[in-house]
Design a protein around this ligand. Sequence first.
Ligand code: SF4
Length: 273
Amino acid sequence: MSARKSAASTTQPKAASKAQPRSGTGRSGTKKAETHLGLVRRARRMNRTLKVAFPHVYCELDFTTPLELSVATILSAQCTDVRVNQTTPAVFARYRTALDYAQADRTELEELIRPTGFYRNKTNSLIGLGQALVERFDGEVPHTLPELVTLPGFGRKTANVVLGNAFGVPGITVDTHFGRLVRRWEWTEETDPVKVEHAVGELIERKEWTDLSHRVIFHGRRVCHARNPACGVCILAKDCPSAGTGPMDKTAAAALVKGPETDHLLALAGITS
Ligand code: SF4
Protein backbone atom coordinates (compact mmCIF):
# COMPACT_ATOMS: atom_id res chain seq x y z
CA MET A 1 0.00 0.00 0.00
CA SER A 2 1.13 3.53 -0.65
CA ALA A 3 1.20 5.70 2.43
CA ARG A 4 1.67 9.27 3.46
CA LYS A 5 3.20 10.62 6.62
CA SER A 6 2.27 13.69 8.58
CA ALA A 7 3.23 17.21 7.59
CA ALA A 8 6.49 18.87 8.57
CA SER A 9 7.47 22.48 8.42
CA THR A 10 10.19 22.66 5.81
CA THR A 11 10.07 25.36 3.18
CA GLN A 12 11.09 25.22 -0.46
CA PRO A 13 13.29 27.74 -2.22
CA LYS A 14 11.52 30.81 -3.47
CA ALA A 15 10.21 30.85 -7.02
CA ALA A 16 12.13 32.58 -9.77
CA SER A 17 11.20 35.96 -11.20
CA LYS A 18 7.95 36.34 -13.13
CA ALA A 19 7.59 34.68 -16.49
CA GLN A 20 7.53 36.82 -19.57
CA PRO A 21 4.30 37.30 -21.52
CA ARG A 22 4.01 34.62 -24.15
CA SER A 23 1.82 33.87 -27.08
CA GLY A 24 -1.01 31.36 -26.86
CA THR A 25 -3.55 30.00 -29.25
CA GLY A 26 -7.04 31.38 -28.90
CA ARG A 27 -10.26 29.54 -29.70
CA SER A 28 -10.21 31.10 -33.14
CA GLY A 29 -6.88 29.39 -33.78
CA THR A 30 -5.06 32.71 -34.17
CA LYS A 31 -2.05 33.48 -32.02
CA LYS A 32 -2.57 36.14 -29.39
CA ALA A 33 -0.40 37.41 -26.59
CA GLU A 34 -1.02 35.84 -23.21
CA THR A 35 -0.27 38.04 -20.22
CA HIS A 36 1.36 36.66 -17.11
CA LEU A 37 -1.96 36.99 -15.29
CA GLY A 38 -3.69 35.16 -18.11
CA LEU A 39 -1.13 32.39 -17.89
CA VAL A 40 -1.60 32.09 -14.11
CA ARG A 41 -5.38 31.86 -14.55
CA ARG A 42 -5.11 29.30 -17.35
CA ALA A 43 -2.59 27.18 -15.42
CA ARG A 44 -4.76 27.16 -12.28
CA ARG A 45 -7.85 26.36 -14.38
CA MET A 46 -5.98 23.44 -15.94
CA ASN A 47 -4.97 22.23 -12.47
CA ARG A 48 -8.63 22.34 -11.40
CA THR A 49 -9.59 20.40 -14.53
CA LEU A 50 -6.90 17.82 -13.77
CA LYS A 51 -8.47 17.38 -10.30
CA VAL A 52 -11.69 16.34 -12.03
CA ALA A 53 -9.79 13.93 -14.27
CA PHE A 54 -7.72 12.49 -11.41
CA PRO A 55 -9.55 13.03 -8.11
CA HIS A 56 -7.44 10.41 -6.30
CA VAL A 57 -3.74 10.92 -6.87
CA TYR A 58 -0.98 9.27 -4.91
CA CYS A 59 2.63 8.28 -5.09
CA GLU A 60 2.76 5.21 -7.31
CA LEU A 61 5.74 3.84 -5.38
CA ASP A 62 4.84 1.61 -2.43
CA PHE A 63 6.30 2.61 0.95
CA THR A 64 5.45 2.99 4.61
CA THR A 65 8.33 5.14 5.94
CA PRO A 66 10.50 8.01 4.64
CA LEU A 67 13.46 5.59 4.42
CA GLU A 68 11.46 3.14 2.31
CA LEU A 69 10.33 5.94 -0.01
CA SER A 70 13.91 7.17 -0.30
CA VAL A 71 15.06 3.69 -1.29
CA ALA A 72 12.15 3.16 -3.71
CA THR A 73 12.76 6.53 -5.37
CA ILE A 74 16.47 5.78 -5.85
CA LEU A 75 15.53 2.41 -7.37
CA SER A 76 12.98 4.06 -9.69
CA ALA A 77 15.68 5.78 -11.78
CA GLN A 78 15.45 4.36 -15.32
CA CYS A 79 12.88 1.83 -14.09
CA THR A 80 9.09 1.59 -13.96
CA ASP A 81 7.25 2.05 -10.68
CA VAL A 82 5.61 -1.36 -11.24
CA ARG A 83 9.01 -3.07 -11.40
CA VAL A 84 10.21 -1.17 -8.33
CA ASN A 85 7.10 -2.22 -6.40
CA GLN A 86 7.76 -5.84 -7.32
CA THR A 87 11.32 -5.53 -6.02
CA THR A 88 11.01 -3.51 -2.82
CA PRO A 89 9.08 -5.94 -0.55
CA ALA A 90 12.11 -8.24 -0.27
CA VAL A 91 14.47 -5.27 0.11
CA PHE A 92 12.38 -3.63 2.84
CA ALA A 93 12.06 -6.96 4.67
CA ARG A 94 15.84 -7.48 4.63
CA TYR A 95 16.91 -3.87 5.42
CA ARG A 96 14.76 -2.09 7.98
CA THR A 97 17.03 0.75 9.17
CA ALA A 98 19.63 3.12 7.79
CA LEU A 99 22.26 1.09 9.66
CA ASP A 100 21.12 -2.06 7.82
CA TYR A 101 21.85 -0.35 4.48
CA ALA A 102 25.14 1.06 5.80
CA GLN A 103 26.28 -2.44 6.77
CA ALA A 104 24.75 -4.27 3.80
CA ASP A 105 26.63 -7.04 2.04
CA ARG A 106 27.15 -5.53 -1.40
CA THR A 107 26.66 -8.76 -3.36
CA GLU A 108 23.46 -9.64 -1.55
CA LEU A 109 21.97 -6.16 -2.03
CA GLU A 110 22.97 -6.12 -5.71
CA GLU A 111 21.12 -9.38 -6.28
CA LEU A 112 18.00 -8.12 -4.57
CA ILE A 113 17.78 -4.91 -6.61
CA ARG A 114 19.14 -6.28 -9.90
CA PRO A 115 15.66 -6.29 -11.58
CA THR A 116 15.53 -2.48 -11.36
CA GLY A 117 18.63 -2.06 -13.58
CA PHE A 118 21.84 -0.10 -12.95
CA TYR A 119 22.05 -2.19 -9.81
CA ARG A 120 25.73 -1.57 -9.09
CA ASN A 121 25.31 2.21 -9.04
CA LYS A 122 22.08 1.89 -7.09
CA THR A 123 23.80 -0.38 -4.54
CA ASN A 124 26.48 2.29 -4.09
CA SER A 125 23.75 4.87 -3.54
CA LEU A 126 21.83 2.76 -1.01
CA ILE A 127 24.90 1.84 1.05
CA GLY A 128 26.09 5.45 0.86
CA LEU A 129 22.62 6.66 1.86
CA GLY A 130 22.62 4.40 4.92
CA GLN A 131 26.10 5.57 5.92
CA ALA A 132 25.23 9.25 5.48
CA LEU A 133 22.02 8.92 7.48
CA VAL A 134 23.81 7.13 10.33
CA GLU A 135 26.79 9.51 10.36
CA ARG A 136 24.99 12.82 9.92
CA PHE A 137 21.29 12.43 10.74
CA ASP A 138 21.09 9.88 13.59
CA GLY A 139 19.79 7.29 11.15
CA GLU A 140 16.70 9.35 10.22
CA VAL A 141 15.80 10.80 6.81
CA PRO A 142 15.95 14.61 7.11
CA HIS A 143 12.99 16.67 5.93
CA THR A 144 14.50 19.75 4.35
CA LEU A 145 15.51 20.14 0.72
CA PRO A 146 19.05 21.43 1.48
CA GLU A 147 19.74 18.41 3.69
CA LEU A 148 18.13 15.85 1.40
CA VAL A 149 20.11 16.88 -1.67
CA THR A 150 23.38 16.16 0.19
CA LEU A 151 22.49 12.47 0.43
CA PRO A 152 23.97 9.87 -1.96
CA GLY A 153 21.49 8.97 -4.70
CA PHE A 154 19.43 12.11 -4.08
CA GLY A 155 18.91 14.76 -6.68
CA ARG A 156 16.36 17.52 -6.44
CA LYS A 157 13.67 15.32 -8.00
CA THR A 158 14.16 12.53 -5.45
CA ALA A 159 14.22 15.08 -2.63
CA ASN A 160 10.92 16.60 -3.75
CA VAL A 161 9.29 13.17 -4.02
CA VAL A 162 10.31 12.39 -0.42
CA LEU A 163 9.37 15.84 0.89
CA GLY A 164 5.96 15.82 -0.73
CA ASN A 165 4.93 12.23 -0.12
CA ALA A 166 6.69 11.19 3.11
CA PHE A 167 6.65 14.51 4.97
CA GLY A 168 3.72 16.43 3.49
CA VAL A 169 5.95 19.36 2.47
CA PRO A 170 4.75 20.80 -0.86
CA GLY A 171 7.17 20.00 -3.64
CA ILE A 172 7.14 20.00 -7.45
CA THR A 173 8.58 16.83 -8.99
CA VAL A 174 9.89 17.48 -12.48
CA ASP A 175 10.30 14.17 -14.30
CA THR A 176 10.20 13.62 -18.06
CA HIS A 177 6.38 13.57 -18.15
CA PHE A 178 6.07 16.76 -16.11
CA GLY A 179 8.59 18.67 -18.22
CA ARG A 180 7.05 17.53 -21.50
CA LEU A 181 3.52 18.46 -20.50
CA VAL A 182 4.16 21.89 -19.02
CA ARG A 183 6.09 22.82 -22.15
CA ARG A 184 3.24 21.57 -24.34
CA TRP A 185 0.92 23.72 -22.25
CA GLU A 186 3.26 26.70 -22.66
CA TRP A 187 3.44 27.15 -18.91
CA THR A 188 7.18 27.53 -19.49
CA GLU A 189 9.76 27.13 -22.23
CA GLU A 190 12.47 26.04 -19.79
CA THR A 191 14.09 22.63 -20.22
CA ASP A 192 16.28 22.64 -17.11
CA PRO A 193 14.28 20.79 -14.39
CA VAL A 194 15.15 23.30 -11.66
CA LYS A 195 14.03 26.22 -13.85
CA VAL A 196 10.85 24.32 -14.74
CA GLU A 197 10.21 23.76 -11.04
CA HIS A 198 10.58 27.44 -10.27
CA ALA A 199 8.51 28.58 -13.25
CA VAL A 200 5.61 26.28 -12.34
CA GLY A 201 5.94 27.16 -8.65
CA GLU A 202 5.25 30.73 -9.63
CA LEU A 203 2.01 29.82 -11.42
CA ILE A 204 0.41 27.35 -9.03
CA GLU A 205 -0.48 27.76 -5.35
CA ARG A 206 2.17 26.20 -3.07
CA LYS A 207 -0.28 23.91 -1.26
CA GLU A 208 -1.10 22.33 -4.63
CA TRP A 209 2.46 21.50 -5.65
CA THR A 210 2.67 17.86 -4.58
CA ASP A 211 -0.71 16.79 -5.92
CA LEU A 212 -0.22 18.87 -9.08
CA SER A 213 2.96 16.87 -9.69
CA HIS A 214 1.02 13.61 -9.37
CA ARG A 215 -1.82 14.85 -11.60
CA VAL A 216 0.50 16.02 -14.34
CA ILE A 217 2.49 12.77 -14.24
CA PHE A 218 -0.77 10.74 -14.25
CA HIS A 219 -1.97 12.73 -17.28
CA GLY A 220 1.36 12.18 -19.03
CA ARG A 221 1.24 8.44 -18.42
CA ARG A 222 -2.41 7.91 -19.30
CA VAL A 223 -3.42 10.57 -21.86
CA CYS A 224 -0.74 13.01 -23.02
CA HIS A 225 1.83 10.52 -24.27
CA ALA A 226 5.14 11.66 -25.75
CA ARG A 227 4.07 10.17 -29.08
CA ASN A 228 0.42 10.18 -30.03
CA PRO A 229 -1.26 12.04 -27.18
CA ALA A 230 -5.00 11.35 -26.95
CA CYS A 231 -6.02 14.93 -27.76
CA GLY A 232 -9.51 14.05 -29.07
CA VAL A 233 -10.64 12.86 -25.63
CA CYS A 234 -8.45 15.12 -23.49
CA ILE A 235 -10.30 17.12 -20.86
CA LEU A 236 -7.63 19.84 -21.10
CA ALA A 237 -7.89 20.37 -24.85
CA LYS A 238 -9.68 23.73 -24.75
CA ASP A 239 -6.90 25.21 -22.61
CA CYS A 240 -4.02 23.41 -24.33
CA PRO A 241 -2.06 25.26 -27.03
CA SER A 242 -0.82 21.88 -28.32
CA ALA A 243 -4.24 20.29 -28.84
CA GLY A 244 -4.03 18.50 -32.18
CA THR A 245 -0.55 17.12 -31.57
CA GLY A 246 -2.29 13.74 -31.40
CA PRO A 247 -5.49 12.57 -33.13
CA MET A 248 -8.57 14.75 -32.55
CA ASP A 249 -10.87 11.97 -33.75
CA LYS A 250 -12.58 10.66 -30.62
CA THR A 251 -12.48 6.99 -31.54
CA ALA A 252 -8.81 7.08 -32.47
CA ALA A 253 -7.95 9.12 -29.40
CA ALA A 254 -9.97 6.90 -27.03
CA ALA A 255 -7.86 3.90 -28.06
CA LEU A 256 -4.76 5.72 -26.82
CA VAL A 257 -5.92 6.26 -23.23
CA LYS A 258 -4.25 3.95 -20.69
CA GLY A 259 -4.51 3.12 -17.02
CA PRO A 260 -7.08 2.42 -14.31
CA GLU A 261 -8.97 5.70 -14.82
CA THR A 262 -9.69 4.99 -18.51
CA ASP A 263 -13.49 4.57 -18.13
CA HIS A 264 -13.72 7.74 -16.03
CA LEU A 265 -11.60 9.73 -18.49
CA LEU A 266 -13.61 8.54 -21.49
CA ALA A 267 -16.90 9.27 -19.70
CA LEU A 268 -15.68 12.86 -19.14
CA ALA A 269 -15.09 13.01 -22.91
CA GLY A 270 -18.66 11.83 -23.53
CA ILE A 271 -17.73 8.27 -24.43
CA THR A 272 -19.47 5.49 -22.51
CA SER A 273 -18.57 1.85 -22.84
S1 SF4 B 1 -4.84 18.34 -25.78
FE1 SF4 B 1 -3.31 16.83 -26.46
S2 SF4 B 1 -1.33 17.83 -26.17
FE2 SF4 B 1 -2.85 18.98 -24.98
S3 SF4 B 1 -2.78 18.08 -22.91
FE3 SF4 B 1 -4.38 17.04 -24.02
S4 SF4 B 1 -3.39 15.22 -24.87
FE4 SF4 B 1 -1.77 16.66 -24.29
